[in-house]
Design a protein around this ligand. Sequence first.
Ligand code: HDE
Length: 701
Amino acid sequence: MKQGKQRPANTSIGTGGETHQTAGAGIPRLTTQQGTPVSDDQNSLKVGSRGPVTLEDIQLREKIFHFDHERIPERVVHARGFGAHGFFETYDSLADITSADLFQRARERTPAFVRFSTVAGNKGSADLARDVRGFAVKLYTQQGNWDIVGNNMPVFFIQDAMKFPDLIHAAKAQPDCDFPQAQTAHDNFWDFISLMPESLHTIMWAMSDRGIPRSFRFMEGFGVHTYRLVNAEGKSTFVKFHWKPKLGLQSVVWNEAVKINGADPDFHRRDLWNAIKAGNYPEWELGMQLFDQEFADNFAFDVLDATKLIPEEDLPIRRVGRLVLDRCVDNFFAETEQVAFCTANIVPGVDFSNDPLLQGRNFSYLDTQTSRLGGPNFTHIPINAPKCPFHNFQQDGHMAMHNPSGRVNYEPNSWEGEGHVGEGGPRECHETGFQSFPAEEQGLKSRERSETFADHFSQPRQFYISQTPSEQGHIADALIFELSKVEKLEIRVRLLSHLPHIDPELAARVAKGLGMQGKIVPSIPAIKPRTDLKPSTALSIQRNAPNSFAGRKVGILVTDGTDRAVFDSLHTAIEAEGATVEVIAPVIAGATASDGSRIEANQKLGGGPSVLYDAVAILPSAAGMQAMLRNPAAADFVSDAFAHLKFIAWVDAAMPLFEKTGVSADMDAGFISVATSKGATEFVVACRQLRLWDREKTLQG
Ligand code: HDE
């Protein structure tokens, strides 16, 4: 039989005449999974160049077989996520409070991996869904892995793990039609919520701006449950964990979120990736609210109830260390997808409370990894393996990578020797091993909800009255938006019936927004809501603005003829503040500035709408403006920036666009002329407010 024609190295393989590289000095050989070198990765093995493909083509079969199995089940919740590596650094020793190894020595650094996520959407859903965000931290301590699997809200929808599958079923897509995707604005969700008033506190958080964060970097994180810290003497202190972002809090507005989802569904992951790649490492401080049994006994609510928080004003937060994310993953699947968090991963010096939600989670996370990662050996995957020595007699199973060596795989045994490779294998350590806190427990075995969990309205009310009027307006608008998507009238009515217990004005406003005035018949609360809880400033984003524009991004719109000096002074002022710039031009090839120099573009007009930026600058030339006026994307750029309360830097040539858009540069303090370098500084200083909240009043007429 005639030998098939072999393709010589470095020849053209496509129709475009591209040069194809082959293995050689410095370029590794392509091999099969078995290590056999591959000579041709372009063509399957055929009988003649136009004949049938042979079953003997082991290379093709291996490649396709492996591809067929690339997907693993996505997480049943928190499917869409994004992770990064970093470290945690302890400020001072906390030995008086906990024996946890990572807190013993000041300035001790512990490697960390963090995965942020949305909850309801599938793996491919958009980043700006209104949703709770996951904030899961894995700390690779010298005494084992400790996972703080938290959220960006300090409370949860339900009080008992028994209701979790129901909550998630109701929130995710309907089982018959498989939509809506990554939305809570639908009947099933609000049906469940309206029947479960315990969820209303978290609903208030989710409907607030916390549900649409601007960046993972600008979010708080919370451990939610009460945990225990235990010191070397065995003394227990209760603790609630907080992560405080160094760059401060920031969210987007709803109309912006909706548009970001179209313009860049990867907005949050791209933001984190770019910040870390640019060396702008995001940082959070770990805060602890520490309290004893006496505080717990006197606190207005049960500290085991995950629908309640402890206001910072009642119990200050002690900042004990910092978390820095300084390395992107090398491979998304290997690290972010395969990372397996588990609330049960704790270390000596940390322990659980009896929060029934936490107790349920301790079962769930271990269990879910088995179906997601395919067996009991997911701890052997590098991202999940401890970075301290670990030895035990667990063996075999799918994909076992660290089977114990030697003859002994049981304990007790009478074989001599020490350590993993010693004949006797590892031994327990009574002194330093994990010991559960010997809490005294008693009670009748029963399925009942503690009466101390019965107040469902006082803290939602406290949250609401702690917000600025603008933030309260956002909560009302979000409720109106979501409930307007609910088709069944009874569900809307039922949900409305709870709102007067949170705030009568909120109830009236939402009813009006739905056109359902006079339809509210207040529900009957299990116990009378309290109205004496004081507002907590810490619960508002706007009241805790960072007064800095660092870490934010400005979109500068340029055309041919843009004044180079104006562009440069603005660029310099923005970067001096620690913010970044993206240039938007009519074409991606960029623009030729007034002095003939090139201005490189990051986005083409239309591909980089203003929703992607924290503030914008409109710096066209007069001629460039004339051409741009014909492009509807230019008008959208301005009108959205205005509607989303952004600061807008401008030069005179921008006027015709303002006119076309129906705005004018003297409308409010958000328009800042940057024709002079003084203007550039003024603009950046103004941007420290992040948004011109006052403009909302103009917009609302
Ligand atoms: Fe989760 N949750 N959860 N959860 N959760 C999961 O574990 C579960 C809860 C949280 O980036 C799952 O590995 C139950 C509260 C985060 O990989 C699963 C209950 C909080 C992540 C699971 C809760 C969270 C998860 C799905 C009620 C905030 C993503 C995939 C008893 C304190 C972790 C997985 C990551 C993931 C169960 C409630 C946070 C099924 C049963 C409360 C951040 O095990």
